[in-house]
Design a protein around this ligand. Structure first.
Ligand code: SF4
Length: 543
């Protein structure tokens, strides 16, 4: 029997500690979403001859406690943010003489990072390569790299195996996760999704999606995230899934609530909005990116320039779904005026919890190629100190066109401070509540209503929480949209989190501004050399 430990690396334990101390007090759960990537690998592992244990550091703590637990093989995964922690953990197991392999987006972006630690690295989708690796492992013929450009048919991918963490599920995680599709028909310049996964949507059969949702419901999960980069990239398929979810939810004692990522095209399809609301979606994540039309065209976010974005966001949220809008500043067409424009937009579009980003050119995107060609891609390793990079002081690797890097980061800090100001948050979320006019009748899970009571009882525990404003928001939600009060409370908790993080974030960005001032004065930026243009891998179906 080969015993395998699959580790999802944490980021850093300061973050975990913060969640432990504050968020867990309120919801009694440590992590937002279950480790679908590891359960997928567990599902790909034959039952005979192998025993798999999943270890999610965010919920279970440092993985080093398993060093002497007799595992024969350790697999570690994580996004770029987790890479330094993943390497640290990997080194410990490697030094203990246990074979270590790495996979996931973090190592795929920097395959050389695990040199000297990893027995093998996995690049690309794991379905075709993990079974091949296991055979090689048993035969003692492991190759250093397992890579594929194959685009897996999701109908043939085995279901995720949650067995090893099932006992932790309801207590450890706020949300289950079901992968519905891969790929995206759009081709935004800054995004690697369409390059990695293809522009042709690959979808999981509706019946399989329902089985996986039902499995989470049996495990006591109240919420499920559809893990996809664009749930409505294939609208007909999305409607089939939603109709099935409505039927499935009707049979549950308590309805499961859903969330997913999709595009603003939702606002132009009334049938889809109606279905998604009836299917009990509480939140939708939408890449809005910019209020500047020229910037949207520049970055090929064409689907966002067809209508009035404020009106479209309001239309979506009128169905009782909060829009988590992701915004980016620093496109070539952005000037320092963008910060005021984005703030005004977020207030008017009633986006209670936005994501704010400074443009960053990610490996494997068209943007990174263009920045290289134009001599505007900063070689961060040669420009900044290791400490500045590890402390995540450096947010962007682009020389902006319409503003200096000092202006960009100072403007970003000002935007953050205004967005996470309690009075401004209150205006957005009260506006969201008042805007709900098309919400279909909903059953509410009474267990979720407990979130409201937990927030009311514990808000004093959050540093920088404004108790008067929180009280006003919750009373308003209970009076106007009782079925959504738990979601309003959940968003208010996120605002508590943002407000509590703000002093530290301010210090970090102020530190970056000082670094950028020094670099601008000394001309100390080192640009990355021009490299051959990366090509889009062919989309090869497995059927
Ligand atoms: S719509 Fe979203 S997922 Fe699709 S290419 Fe653009 S940013 Fe990427």
């Amino acid at each position: 029997m080969t015993r395998i430990l699959l580790i999802s690396a944490g980021t850093n334990f300061e973050v975990c500690d913060w969640i432990e101390r504050h968020a867990k007090n309120l919801t009694h759960q440590t992590a937002y979403v279950v480790p679908l990537h590891l359960a997928t690998i567990a599902g790909l592992t034959p039952k005979e001859g192998f025993e798999v244990q999943i270890w999610d550091e965010l919920v279970q703590g440092p993985a080093e406690v398993n060093l002497d637990a007799g595992y024969d093989l350790v697999g570690i995964t994580g996004y770029s943010d987790h890479l330094s922690r993943a390497l640290k953990v990997g080194r410990k197991f490697h030094e203990a003489g246990i074979p270590v392999v790495f996979g996931g987006a973090g190592i795929t972006a920097k395959p050389d990072a695990a040199e000297g630690i990893a027995d093998a690295v996995f690049l690309g989708e794991a379905e075709p390569t993990w079974p091949e690796f296991l055979k090689d492992f048993e035969a003692g013929t492991v190759k250093p790299v397992y890579q594929t450009d194959l685009k897996v048919n999701l109908a043939q991918s085995p279901p995720p195996d949650w067995d090893s963490i099932a006992p932790l599920m309801a207590a450890g995680y706020k949300s289950g996760a079901v992968e519905t599709s891969r790929g995206c028909p759009f081709d935004c310049e800054f995004c690697d999704v369409w390059i990695k996964f293809g522009r042709k949507m690959r979808t999981k059969p509706v019946a399989r999606v329902m089985e996986e949702i039902a499995a989470f419901e049996r495990l006591g999960m109240k919420r499920v995230m559809f893990a996809t980069d664009n749930f409505i990239g294939a609208p007909k398929y999305a409607k089939q899934v939603l109709r099935a979810v409505i039927d499935l939810n009707a049979g549950f004692e308590h309805p499961v609530s859903f969330t997913t990522e999709l595009t603003l095209t939702l606002a132009r399809d009334p049938e889809l909005m109606e279905l998604i609301a009836r299917a009990n979606f509480s939140t939708v994540f939408i890449g809005l990116e910019s209020t500047n039309l020229d910037s949207l065209i520049e970055t090929r976010k064409r689907q966002n320039v067809r209508g009035d974005m404020v009106e479209e966001c309001r239309r979506v949220s009128s169905y009782g779904m909060s829009v988590v809008g992701s915004m980016i500043v620093g496109f070539d067409n952005d000037t320092p005026a963008i910060f005021d424009q984005q703030f005004t937009f977020l207030q008017e579009a009633l986006i209670p919890i936005p994501r704010l980003n400074v443009l960053k050119a990610l490996d494997g995107t068209d943007l990174v190629d263009r920045m290289r060609r134009e001599g505007r891609l900063i070689d961060t390793r040669r420009t900044y100190t290791e400490e500045e990079i590890d402390d995540r002081v450096v947010r962007s690797n682009v020389m902006f066109k319409g503003m200096t890097r000092v202006e960009a980061h100072a403007g970003y800090l000002g935007l953050m401070e205004r967005v996470w100001d309690w009075a401004n948050f209150s205006d957005r979320i009260i506006g969201f509540i008042d805007n709900v006019s098309n919400m279909p009748e909903r059953r509410t899970d009474p267990r979720l209503v407990a979130v409201v009571d937990a927030l009311q009882a514990n808000m004093h525990a959050f540093p920088h929480a404004d108790e008067a404003i929180i009280g006003k928001i919750l009373s308003h939600a209970k009076a106007k949209v009782p079925a959504l009060a738990w979601n309003v409370a959940a968003m208010t908790m996120l605002q508590c989190y943002q407000a509590a993080q703000l002093p530290q974030a301010r210090k970090t960005i102020e530190r970056q501004i000082r670094v950028e001032e020094r670099l601008e004065a000394s001309g100390g930026y080192v640009m990355a050399p021009e490299a051959p243009r990366s090509t889009v891998p062919p989309v090869l179906e497995t059927t």
